[in-house]
Design a protein around this ligand. Structure first.
Ligand SMILES: [Zn+2]
Length: 352
C-alpha cells in the first residue's frame, strides 16, 4: 500500500494521459482519459500529489442520478441542429465516467496585530427654507457622515473551511457549468468513491499559488473582527502583521460526469455534465452533409417554384408569388449551410 492509498483510504492507482498529460487517481479500471477523451490512461507510479495537501476532507455526492444524466444529455443532443451520426444519447451514456475535481480547503490559526482608521457613521439633518407658491416651505435633508479615529488591536482566531481552487481552469469550469453549491458538501466518504469507479483529477495549481486567495480571505475575516471589536462602521488604511500557524491543506472533491461524441470529421468532442445540477457543457458540431442534403432539397423546391413562375409568365398570369417563394427557399438553403458551417468552426473546448 503506498502513501496515497493510506492517506486517502482508497485502493487506487495513479495514472497519466499520454495524450493531454493530465494526471489522475483512479479507483477502478484504467480507461479513456475523461478530460481530452483521446488517450487511454496509463498507470504511472511517479504521479504524486502536492506535498502540502494531505487527504480529502470533504466531498459532494453524484446527486444527479442516471435518469437525470440521460435527460441532460438528451437535451444537449436535441439542441444540435443536423446531428452527426456519432452524436446520440445512448452512445454517450455508455461512455460516461465519474470524475471528481479537487478544491483546496484550508484551516489556519492566525495571530495578527493590526491598526486601522476606523469610521463611525452619524446622521445629520439639514433644514432648508425655500420660498415657493407665495409662501415659505421647509425641506429636510438627511446625510450620513463619518468620523475617523485611529484604532489598533490584536486578533487571534482559528479559521476553518477556507477554500481556493486546486485546478487552474476552475474559473472556466464554473463559467461553463455553474457553481458547486456548498449545500451539497458532506464528509469525505472513501467507500462511496471506491464503489463508483471514480477518476480523480490531480491538482494543476499548487498550494503556493492558492495562498494569496487564502490570505485575502483571512484578511477580510480579520478586518470584520476588528470592526466588531472597535464597534466601527467602516475601515480605511488597514494594516496587519499576521502570523499563521497550524495551516492545514486538504481537499474538497466536486463531482462531474464526462463523456464524448465524434463529429462528422471523427474529431472527439468532450461533453461534461455538472453532477449536482445536470448543466451540460460541450462544443456543438453539426453534420455538414445533412445540411447540404437539406439545402439541395430546398434548392430543388426553389427551381420548381421558378418553373411555375415561368409558366405563369407565358400565360400572362401574375407570377410574383412563386418568384418570392423561390427566393425565400434559396435564402433558407443558404442560411442552413452558413449556420452549420459557423457552428463547426468553433474550436473544441476543454473546460477543466
Ligand atoms: Zn487526456
Amino acid at each position: 500500500m503506498n502513501n496515497m492509498q493510506e492517506r486517502w483510504h482508497l485502493d487506487v492507482q495513479t495514472a497519466q494521459c499520454p495524450s493531454c498529460g493530465r494526471q489522475f487517481i483512479v479507483t477502478g479500471m484504467l480507461s479513456t482519459c475523461p478530460r481530452c477523451c483521446e488517450g487511454v490512461l496509463e498507470a504511472d507510479e511517479a504521479v504524486s500529489l502536492p506535498s502540502a495537501a494531505s487527504a480529502p476532507e470533504l466531498m459532494m455526492p453524484f446527486s444527479l442520478d442516471q435518469a437525470g444524466l440521460e435527460a441532460s444529455l438528451a437535451k444537449f443532443v436535441k439542441s444540435v441542429r443536423y446531428k452527426p451520426e456519432g452524436l446520440n444519447t445512448e452512445a454517450m451514456m455508455r461512455r460516461v465516467q465519474r470524475v471528481c475535481l479537487p478544491s483546496y480547503t484550508v484551516t489556519s490559526h492566525v495571530d495578527a496585530r493590526w491598526q486601522v482608521q476606523m469610521g463611525y457613521d452619524y446622521k445629520t439633518i439639514t433644514h432648508v427654507e425655500r420660498y415657493a407658491n407665495g409662501g415659505w416651505r421647509t425641506n429636510q435633508a438627511e446625510n450620513i457622515k463619518t468620523d475617523w479615529y485611529p484604532r489598533a488591536g490584536h486578533t487571534t482566531l482559528q479559521y476553518s473551511n477556507l477554500r481556493t481552487a486546486a485546478m487552474l481552469d476552475h474559473a472556466k469550469t464554473v463559467s461553463a457549468l455553474g457553481a458547486f453549491s456548498d449545500g451539497y458538501t458532506q464528509a469525505y466518504d472513501p467507500s462511496a468513491l471506491q464503489q463508483q469507479d471514480v477518476v480523480i483529477g490531480l491538482p494543476t495549481r499548487s498550494p503556493d499559488d492558492g495562498w494569496s486567495d487564502i490570505e485575502n480571505q483571512l484578511l477580510s475575516h480579520t478586518v470584520a473582527d476588528a470592526v466588531r471589536a472597535a464597534g466601527g462602521d467602516r475601515t480605511d488604511q488597514f494594516e496587519w502583521r499576521p502570523t499563521h500557524t497550524d495551516t492545514k491543506w486538504n481537499y474538497l472533491l466536486k463531482p462531474l460526469y464526462t463523456t464524448y461524441y465524434q463529429d462528422e470529421d471523427k474529431n472527439v468532442v468532450p461533453v461534461v455534465v455538472h453532477a449536482l445540477t445536470g448543466a451540460v457543457s460541450g462544443t456543438k458540431h453539426g453534420s455538414m452533409s445533412k445540411a447540404k442534403r437539406m439545402a439541395l432539397i430546398l434548392t430543388g423546391l426553389a427551381v420548381m417554384a421558378a418553373v411555375v413562375a415561368a409558366v405563369l409568365y407565358f400565360m400572362v398570369i401574375p407570377y410574383v408569388i412563386p418568384i418570392i417563394v423561390a427566393v425565400i427557399l434559396l435564402l433558407i438553403a443558404g442560411w442552413q449551410l452558413l449556420s452549420v458551417s459557423n457552428m463547426n468552426k468553433k474550436p473544441i473546448e476543454i473546460i477543466w
